[in-house]
Write a protein that binds this ligand. Structure first.
Ligand code: CU
Length: 169
């Protein structure tokens, strides 16, 4: 239950971080000195995992919001649901694995149905609606963020009229 043991991974990000600062540095600290924001300021919203149809894989959807003036990247994820959580993008109706996804400065990274998403491979068990799944999101610059992600119905659609019609249970 203690997810803290994932922390040491952050040490390995050192070289990557340095590389990013070199590339981002031209914009971040080259000219103006009025940058009061020390880096990305990330929050995670609206996370959910739809109950998968089969036990071999599940998708994960969420929004990473960046209120900072510095861009970041989602580089990996870890979960108690799977030892192999991948980052996928969808293009032309087909999904493929990518190494990372950008979290723009003062913008959002949206993981949603039909688009970018997390993919939990080789599930430890088949999650059921009402359950919670612990997911740790790791970033190029920011500290990891752990989210307790609710498992929703197979056909769950967030936001848009999700609770009209059959709101009973
Ligand atoms: Cu996928």
């Amino acid at each position: 239950m203690n997810r803290r043991n994932h922390r040491p991974v952050r040490r390995a990000l050192g070289p990557a971080l340095a590389a990013v600062l070199l590339t981002a540095g031209t914009a971040a600290c080259g000219t103006s000195g009025d940058d009061t924001s020390p880096g990305p300021e990330l929050t995670v919203e609206g996370a959910y995992v739809p109950e998968p149809v089969t036990a071999d894989r599940a998708g994960g959807f969420l929004v990473v919001r960046n209120d900072g003036d510095t861009a970041d990247r989602l580089v990996s994820a870890a979960s108690d649901l799977s030892d192999d959580v991948q980052i996928h993008e969808t293009s032309g109706g087909r999904m493929r694995r990518v190494d990372s996804l950008p979290v723009p400065a003062n913008g959002t990274l949206e993981l949603s149905r039909g688009g970018n998403h997390l993919m939990f491979m080789d599930l430890e068990h088949k999650p059921a609606e009402g359950e919670k799944v612990s997911v740790e999101l790791r970033f190029e610059k920011s500290d990891p963020i752990t989210v307790e992600v609710p498992v929703e119905a197979v056909n769950h659609v967030p936001g848009a009229s999700g609770h009209t019609g059959h709101s009973g249970q």
